[in-house]
Write a protein that binds this ligand. Structure first.
Ligand code: NAI
Ligand code: MG
Length: 324
């Protein structure tokens, strides 16, 4: 079966790491058709819009989207793009690969972050010169949907941790916690509960006590970045935004203006995002092969400067393709 992949490079190193990941996907000889769309600062400068309607439609209509990063306009691009693919969960693995100088080399975590509500629902107001407010939205339905996904995601017998702050935000995080735990119980999936502040300490001291973490939107954003710090940096972290019929894959990092244009960005976060894309489309064997190729290159191949090497983006990409 043929699949259409929307490819949106965006700004900065997005224009370097996305072509690298597309090269890796093309080397697999699958029936994938790539369609390109523009988004980001440069498009806004030229047209007044950071995310043109055609690009939104491209993502909405494709089987999957591969996105790089946008600069100043990041929020105007990525939030509507997540909406275009109707994404209810953001999957963020944080795994320390062998051979990488990680703060906690034993880290192997996956965050399943609620991707539609919480404090990111967009309900902010200035009520007076002195006062701004934010409405935090939590629904049982979105919490249950995330929990259903989490139950399918974890392997048989392996449970997940529910990270929240329901001791203080009793109604909103209380609703989230109750819904997630109830769905897990119905599926016979074990859960343990950890308050999000305590989680931040415990994951730094001993990441091995956690595997899959299910959490509200902002907690997932912050705690997954914290975990990124444990595993050796942003150049290696992929992510997936999953919807019912669609999905978008992107590195966790941004446009890296300090190194953009030099051809030295680490393509691995985006290549690993492409591996998640393959898995999502049913190419699980190819997905495993791509991840293994990245692992092999990390262990014994060329490296970019962020990992202490002096290879450029192209050399690392070619090394990954050679391993395939
Ligand atoms: P950043 O992730 O772009 O860069 C942080 C640091 O990590 C920099 O020193 C950079 O060189 C390094 N780095 C990041 N990715 C790398 C890679 N693949 N290889 C080697 N080194 C890498 O975050 P920063 O500097 O906070 O943001 C820069 C711009 O990116 C901002 O305009 C921000 O709005 C945007 N951004 C966009 C995102 C998106 O579109 N999803 C996400 C995060 C930031
Ligand atoms: Mg973030």
């Amino acid at each position: 079966m043929s699949h259409t992949i929307a490819v949106i490079e965006g700004d900065g190193i997005g224009q370097e790491v996305i072509p690298a990941a597309v090269d890796v996907l093309e080397s697999l000889d699958l029936d994938l058709e790539f369609v390109e769309g523009d988004a980001g600062d440069a498009v806004k400068e030229a047209t007044g819009e950071a995310l043109p309607q055609e690009t939104y439609d491209l993502a909405a209509d494709a089987d999957a989207t591969l996105f790089g990063a946008a600069g100043e306009t990041a929020a105007d691009v990525i939030l509507p793009l997540r909406d275009a693919v109707d994404s209810f969960v953001n999957i963020r693995p944080a795994k320390a690969y062998p051979g990488v100088d990680a703060v906690r080399p034993e880290t192997d975590l996956v965050f399943l972050r609620e991707n539609t509500e919480g404090v990111y629902s967009g309900h902010e107001d200035d009520l007076s010169e002195d006062l701004s407010t934010l409405t935090r939205v939590v629904t049982t339905s979105a919490s249950e949907k995330l929990a259903e996904f989490a139950c399918e995601y974890v392997d048989d017998g392996e449970g997940f941790s529910v990270v929240h702050k329901a001791n203080v935000m009793r109604k909103t995080d209380g609703r989230f916690r109750d819904a997630v735990v109830r769905v897990a119980d119905e599926h016979g999936v074990d859960t343990d509960e950890v308050l999000m502040d305590a989680f931040a300490t415990r994951v730094c001291l001993d990441p091995e006590q956690f595997d899959t973490i299910v959490c509200p939107n902002l907690a997932g954003d912050v705690l997954s970045d914290l975990a990124a710090g444990l595993v050796g940096g942003l150049g290696l972290l992929p992510s997936a935004n999953i919807g019912d019929d669609n999905a978008l894959f992107e590195p966790v990092h941004g446009t890296a203006p300090d190194i953009a244009g030099q051809g030295v960005a680490n393509p691995m976060a985006t290549v690993l995002s492409a591996a998640m894309l393959l898995n999502h489309l049913g190419y699980s064997e190819e997905s495993d092969r791509v991840e293994t190729a990245v692992e092999t290159v990390l262990a014994e191949g060329p490296r970019t400067a962020d990992l202490g090497g002096d290879a450029d983006t192209e050399a690392v990409t070619q090394a990954i393709i050679n391993e395939l």
